[in-house]
Write a protein that binds this ligand. Structure first.
Ligand SMILES: Cc1ncc(COP(=O)(O)O)c(C=O)c1O
Length: 496
């Protein structure tokens, strides 16, 4: 890092404005908190005073030339890139902007099938053609992990005209692919490398963590600072480096999907989170890793419960592992992760990040306290004391995992004529919507894919498990392409 990270240009100017007794005739309509509101009573007037909408001196996010630009330059320095863009629509927005700025309609992009829904939506908006790489599947834990280098290489060699390779660094569960090697492979063939670093904003700040996108040489990445380094929810960045990035196109794409009234609170929270990480990350992160390791050891003493470590993933082919993700396998107790997730919340006031069939996940971050990990370990002991003596049948791993086959581009399926059918009639039809459980928000099926029996079984299983299912359709129905009208429609409507 080359810059003075004690500075917080945007936050400092915002605070100056909030305390300046300026008479507000602009929006927002709460006029620096001169209203009655239940939120104001609870959160205080300062929350509203800091919620300003680009007054003089506070710069403009759509074309930064002042304090936002200075804050972004510090951000770029901290993340090891050349240029940073502040986002108030999360990494969801970052992924949309990156893919839309790189791929035009019918151009190819190589990406793992376990991408977040925002990448699928970017395919719909851009019209790009996905070349999916099947990620490594861990049947024991029931999760999808890294992409094997050989699989990416095959996709690159088979699709030399692809514009970019998209890599998740790390996955929700902390697993990474060999990003540096993928970057070399892609750059040799003039392809860009774009990263989803929603779960990896802390990576640039410690050598004990997997490589960050910028260290590995990627061109662009979007990072959810709100997930692991303490900024407010929805605040993210795009970080970029090198000469392959078309900044004019990227800026205009960001401005297309960014609000013209971005939240100053979110922007300020990015500025101060960067300062904290730049100044303290190197000392804080090793402490978090140490807490994670010790907590794993304690959890591994509990009968029927297992905490998964980096060695497990590396033995299973992962390139590296982010140890701040704490995966706890509970299915040997005869409970699903969904059962444990509910019980931890209902009976122990513990909110986990997510549940899957076999596991629950805790995300450790700069806000994690030792006492909160102690509470988790104690609650897991209680879970074990209750269920282990019952000798319930462990949940068996599902042996067969398959991803659906693509029939057409997501955008084509999105625009095609559609109809709604009950799930039991959907076998072998072409999906016209994405369906996912949230979290993690990774689609089970996306528009344009053929609905297989496995998809229908998964859907039924997740419905029964009480998971939050996100789809456009409710009540046991699914949106599919109406094939009867599709041919006629294609003759009239030439989709790009
Ligand atoms: C892998 C992955 N990518 C992208 C996102 C989107 O990030 P955000 O919540 O900042 O919009 C998420 C959100 O959970 C995610 O899990």
């Amino acid at each position: 890092m080359e810059k003075d990270h004690k500075e917080t240009p945007f936050f400092t100017k915002l605070f100056e404005y909030a305390t300046s007794n300026t008479i507000s005739h602009d929006v927002p309509g709460h006029k620096l908190g001169h209203i009655q509101s239940d939120l104001l009573d609870v959160a205080g007037e300062m929350l509203y005073k800091l919620d300003a909408n680009a007054p003089r001196g506070l710069d403009n996010l759509n074309r930064p030339t002042g304090v936002i630009m200075e804050a972004a330059e510090l951000m770029a320095d901290a993340f090891g890139g050349d240029k940073a863009y502040f986002l108030t629509g999360g990494t969801t927005m970052g992924i949309l902007a990156m893919i839309m700025s790189v791929c035009r309609a019918k151009e190819k992009i190589i990406l793992p099938r376990n991408v977040h829904k925002s990448a699928i939506n970017a395919l719909i908006l851009s019209g790009a053609v996905p070349v999916f790489v099947k990620p490594s599947i861990d049947t024991e834990l029931g999760i999808a992990n890294h992409m094997a280098y050989e699989d990416v290489e095959r996709a690159v060699l088979d699709n030399p005209e692809a514009k970019a390779v998209f890599v998740i660094n790390p996955t929700y569960f902390g697993v990474t692919s060999d990003l540096k090697a993928i970057v070399e492979l892609a750059h040799e063939r003039d392809m860009m490398v774009i990263c989803d670093e929603a779960h990896g904003s802390h990576l640039p700040f410690s050598s004990e963590l997997p490589q960050s996108s910028m260290e590995a040489g990627a061109d662009m990445s979007s990072c959810s600072l709100h997930k692991t380094v303490g900024s407010l929810t929805q605040s993210s960045i795009i970080i970029s480096q090198g000469s392959r990035v078309d900044h004019v196109r990227l800026r205009s794409t960001i401005n297309m999907i960014q609000s013209t009234s971005p939240s100053s609170l979110l922007l300020a929270s990015l500025d101060v989170a960067r300062k904290t990480m730049a100044l303290e990350g190197e000392t804080t992160i090793p402490k978090i890793i140490d807490m994670a390791r010790k907590t794993r050891d304690r959890i591994n003493e509990i009968p029927g419960i297992k905490a998964i470590d980096d060695k497990y993933f590396i033995q299973n082919g992962a390139y590296d592992y982010d140890e701040t993700k704490l995966i706890v396998k509970v299915s040997d107790l005869g409970l699903t992760g969904f059962d444990a997730y509910k019980e931890l919340f209902d009976e122990h006031h513990i909110q986990m990040e997510l549940a899957e069939t076999h596991l629950i996940l805790a995300v450790l971050s700069i806000g994690t306290r030792q006492e909160d990990l102690d509470a988790l370990v104690n609650a897991l002991w209680e879970l074990s004391n209750k269920y282990f003596p019952m000798k319930l049948r462990p949940i068996l791993p599902k042996v067969k995992y398959s991803y659906p086959e693509a029939y057409t581009r997501p955008r084509e399926a999105y625009h095609a004529p559609k109809k709604y059918v009950p799930l039991y009639q959907a076998l072998d039809e072409i999906a016209a919507e994405s369906i996912m459980i949230y979290p993690p928000g990774i689609p089970i099926v996306i528009p344009g894919e053929i609905i297989s029996q496995d998809i229908l079984d998964d859907f039924e299983f997740y419905q029964k498990s009480g998971s939050v299912i996100l789809s456009d359709t409710e009540g046991g129905y699914i949106k599919i392409i109406d094939k009867e009208y599709w041919d006629k429609w294609s003759e009239i409507y030439e989709d790009e």
